[in-house]
Design a protein around this ligand. Structure first.
Ligand code: DC
Length: 653
C-alpha cells in the first residue's frame, strides 16, 4: 500500500481505538547500523518504515550485510565486521542526514574508500562537523566547499583515538566519532557542553562496547575504547513520540474521540507536547508499560469543555516537531495560543512556520507570525459553532504538515459550507516518516468508505468520448497517475490473438488475464512484450469487445485495477465500468459522451461502423455493461475544448 497522493478526509468522524506509531527514527537507524557491525544475527522489530531508515538499511546491504524481512515484521540482519566489504558504488543517503553522518563514522573504521551521496537538500547541509574529527583520527574525508557538503568521499582505516569537544550540539556528530572510536588504537573521548540524545552511547553499551559516560558541566564526557559488538536481539524499537502527537491531538480535538497510542518511546523531553495539551485542559493520560515505553490515552471532552489557549515556550518541545500537531489543538481552542521562539521552524523541510499559519487559516482559525512568535486564535465556542471548516491544503512535500492537516480535516464540521470533505494534496510526503499514517488513521475512524482515503477520479464513457485526453490532463493537473483500463482489455486480446487463442475461448482467455504480467503506463507491456502499438490495431479492436464481455476476464482485471490504485496512492482511472463497478466509492465520477459523428471523427484509427459496433456490444453485454453510474456527472464533450472540460471536472472536486 502506497500513501495516498491526495487525501480525501470526511470531517466530524470520531477516532476510537488503539494505534502504534512506527519505530523511533534515531533508534531505528542505530539498530540497523549497530546490527551490521555486531558479530552474528540480530532481529529488529518495529523499525521505522520511512524513507530515511530505508537509506541506512540499503547502505548496510551494499556493504555485504544480508538482510531478510520476516513474516512477523522483524528485520533480520546477518552482520559482523569481518563480513563487511567495500560497497561497489556510492552509499545513497537520500534525505537522511542521520544516515550520512553515522555512516561516515562507521566506514572510517575500514581500510577502503566509500562515497556517500544525498539528495539536493542533504547535499546543501554541512558535513565539516564530522569530517574534522574523523580527519583528526586519521581518516581522509573529502566534500564540496569549505563546509564539506556531500557527496563525501571517506578513506578509512588505522584510526587513532582522540579527545574531541563538539562545537555544535549534535548527537549525529558524537555518534560518528564514537563509531569510528570502535576501531581506533586507543580510547576516544567526546565531550559535549550540552547533552544531546544519548541513543548511541546507550545502545553501544548494550551491544558490549567498552564505554563510560560521565557528567561534565551541563553536558557530559563519553569515552569509548576499541571494542567489538554483539547482537542485541531480538530488539523492539519503541514507537516514535513525534508521530504519536498526531493521534493524541486527534483524540483531543475530534468530537467523540478516544484514542490510545501504545508503545511510545519516552525519552527526555520527547513528550513535552503532552504537558502542553494537558495545560490546555485536554484529557491526556500517560500509563507506563513494562519495558520503559508508555501508552498515551487522549479523550475528547465535548463541546462544554473546549481547550484553553496558553503560551508555549519552544523549550517545552525541543525539536519543534510537534508544533504542526499542537497548532491544530490551538486552532480549536478558545482564545489565542502563543508559541514563542519558534523561528527554527523556518528551516525545516519547508518554511514550516508559514506552512503552519497557512494551514490554520485554511481550516478557519486565524494565525499571525511576528518575528519568531506564532499566534493562533482558535475557533473556540464561537466561529463556525466552535468548529473548523473543511479545506483544501497543499503539504508542499512536508510530512508533518500533511499529517497535521489530516487531523484538522477530521475535526472539521461536516455541515459547514455544504461541503463536508477536505482535500490534502502532496500527501505522499508522509512516506518520509510514516507511510501507513492514512491507513492507521482510517482504522481509528473505522468508517466505510474510510474517512481519510486516497482520491480516485473515475472517468467512463463510450469510445471517442474523450476519456484518454481528459483523464491524462486531469491527472497531470492534480499530480496523480492515470490508468487506461481499456489498454488492459486490449492487451489481453492482443496476447490471445498472438497465441492463436480464440477470443471467445472463455477459459483460455481468462487464464491469460489472470497470469499475464501486465504493465500499463506510458508504454503498455504484457509478459514483457511492448504492445503499445499493436493494441490499437483493427484486429485487436474487433477482438477486445468479446474479451471484455468475459466475466472471468473482468474479475481478474478489476482486481488488478484496484491493486493499481492501492500501489499508486489513488489516481485517475478511465474505462467503461470504473464508477459503476471498479470504484463505486470514487470521489468524483464522470461520464463523458459526445455525438456519434464527433466520436467517429475522433477515432480515426477505427471505422465509424466499428465504433458503433463496439459501443453496442459494450453497452448490451451481461457483465458490467457500459452504463452511467447514477452519481456520475454527465458531460457532453461535443464541440468543447479540452481545457474547458478539464476545468469543469476539477470544479467537482
Ligand atoms: O477505452 P478503449 O476503447 O481502449 O477500450 C477498449 C475496449 O475495452 C472497449 O471496447 C470495452 C473494453 N473495456 C471495458 O469493457 N471496460 C473497461 N473498464 C475498459 C474497457
Amino acid at each position: 500500500m502506497t500513501a495516498p497522493r491526495i487525501l480525501v478526509v470526511e470531517g466530524g468522524v470520531p477516532c476510537r481505538g488503539t494505534v502504534r506509531t512506527p519505530g523511533e527514527k534515531s533508534i531505528s537507524h542505530r539498530a540497523v547500523l549497530f546490527g551490521a557491525l555486531a558479530e552474528g544475527t540480530s532481529v529488529v522489530y518495529g523499525l521505522s518504515d520511512g524513507a530515511d531508515v530505508a537509506a541506512s538499511v540499503a547502505a548496510v546491504v551494499a556493504m555485504g550485510v544480508e538482510v531478510e524481512r520476516r513474516d512477523d515484521g522483524g528485520l533480520v540482519l546477518h552482520g559482523g565486521r569481518s563480513l563487511l566489504h567495500q560497497p561497489s558504488g556510492p552509499l545513497e543517503c537520500a534525505n537522511s542526514g542521520t544516515s550520512m553522518r553515522l555512516l561516515a563514522g562507521l566506514v572510517a573504521g575500514f581500510e577502503w574508500q566509500t562515497e556517500l551521496t544525498g539528495d539536493a537538500s542533504l547535499s546543501a547541509r554541512p558535513m565539516d562537523r564530522v569530517a574534522e574529527p574523523l580527519e583528526r583520527m586519521g581518516a581522509i574525508v573529502r566534500g564540496q566547499g569549505a563546509d564539506c557538503r556531500p557527496p563525501l568521499v571517506v578513506q578509512g582505516g588505522r584510526l587513532r583515538g582522540i579527545e574531541w569537544t563538539t562545537k555544535v550540539a549534535s548527537a549525529q556528530v558524537k555518534s560518528a566519532i564514537l563509531l569510528a572510536g570502535l576501531t581506533a588504537d586507543g580510547p576516544t573521548v567526546v565531550r559535549e557542553a550540552v547533552t544531546t540524545r544519548a541513543h548511541t552511547e546507550e545502545m553501544l553499551g548494550e551491544a558490549g562496547a567498552d564505554l563510560t559516560v560521565e557528567p561534565w558541566g551541563d553536558g557530559r564526557v563519553v569515552t569509548i575504547r576499541p571494542s567489538s559488538l554483539r547482537p542485541v536481539t531480538p530488539r523492539t524499537v519503541p514507537g516514535d513520540p513525534s508521530a504519536s502527537a498526531f493521534f493524541v491531538v486527534a483524540g483531543c480535538v475530534v468530537p467523540g474521540s478516544a484514542v490510545e497510542v501504545q508503545g511510545v518511546y519516552q525519552g527526555p523531553a520527547r513528550l513535552g507536547y503532552v504537558t502542553v495539551l494537558q495545560r490546555m485542559g485536554a484529557r491526556v493520560v500517560l500509563t507506563p508499560e513494562p519495558g520503559g515505553t508508555v501508552t498515551i490515552g487522549a479523550t475528547n471532552l465535548g463541546p462544554d469543555a473546549p481547550l484553553r489557549a496558553i503560551t508555549v515556550a519552544a523549550a517545552e518541545i525541543p525539536s519543534l516537531d510537534e508544533i504542526p500537531a499542537l497548532a491544530v489543538a490551538a486552532a480549536v481552542a478558545e482564545g489565542t495560543t502563543v508559541f514563542s521562539d519558534v523561528g527554527e521552524l523556518r528551516i525545516k523541510e519547508v518554511d514550516r512556520l508559514a506552512a503552519v499559519a497557512d494551514m490554520v487559516r485554511a481550516f478557519g482559525a486565524s494565525a499571525t507570525v511576528e518575528g519568531d512568535t506564532l499566534s493562533i486564535t482558535g475557533v473556540g465556542r464561537s466561529g463556525h459553532a466552535g468548529r473548523l471548516r473543511p479545506a483544501r491544503f497543499e503539504s508542499q512535500g512536508d510530512h508533518r504538515m500533511a499529517m497535521a492537516a489530516a487531523i484538522a480535516a477530521l475535526a472539521a464540521d461536516p455541515d459547514a459550507d455544504h461541503h463536508h470533505r477536505s482535500l490534502i494534496s502532496g500527501f505522499s510526503a508522509v512516506e518520509t516518516s510514516y507511510p501507513a499514517f492514512a491507513d492507521d488513521l482510517a482504522r481509528l475512524a473505522g468508517t466505510e468508505p474510510p474517512a481519510p482515503r486516497p482520491l480516485i477520479i473515475a472517468i467512463d464513457g463510450p469510445a471517442g468520448a474523450g476519456k484518454s485526453t481528459v483523464s491524462r490532463a486531469v491527472a497531470a493537473r492534480l499530480g496523480l497517475d492515470r490508468l487506461d483500463t481499456g489498454a488492459m482489455y486490449r492487451s489481453v486480446a492482443a496476447l490471445a490473438l498472438s497465441r492463436r487463442i480464440a477470443p471467445d475461448d472463455q477459459a483460455a482467455v481468462a487464464a491469460l488475464a489472470d497470469d499475464a504480467e501486465l504493465e500499463v503506463g506510458r508504454r503498455v507491456l504484457i509478459n514483457g512484450i511492448d504492445v503499445t502499438d499493436v493494441i490499437r490495431s483493427p484486429a485487436v479492436g474487433v477482438a477486445v469487445s468479446v474479451v471484455a464481455a468475459n466475466p472471468e476476464v473482468r474479475a481478474h482485471l478489476v482486481r488488478r485495477q484496484r491493486a493499481w490504485a492501492a500501489a499508486h496512492g489513488g489516481g485517475v482511472v478511465e474505462g467503461r465500468d470504473i464508477g459503476s463497478v471498479v470504484f463505486p466509492k470514487a470521489e468524483v465520477k464522470v461520464y463523458l459522451t459526445a455525438t456519434m459523428e464527433e466520436r467517429a471523427r475522433r477515432r480515426q484509427d477505427e471505422s465509424p461502423d466499428g465504433v458503433a459496433r463496439r459501443d453496442r456490444i459494450d453497452s448490451t453485454r451481461a457483465a458490467s455493461p457500459l452504463a452511467r453510474a447514477p452519481d456520475a456527472h454527465l458531460l457532453d464533450t461535443t464541440g468543447r475544448t479540452v481545457q474547458d472540460v478539464v476545468e469543469e471536472v476539477l470544479s467537482w472536486l
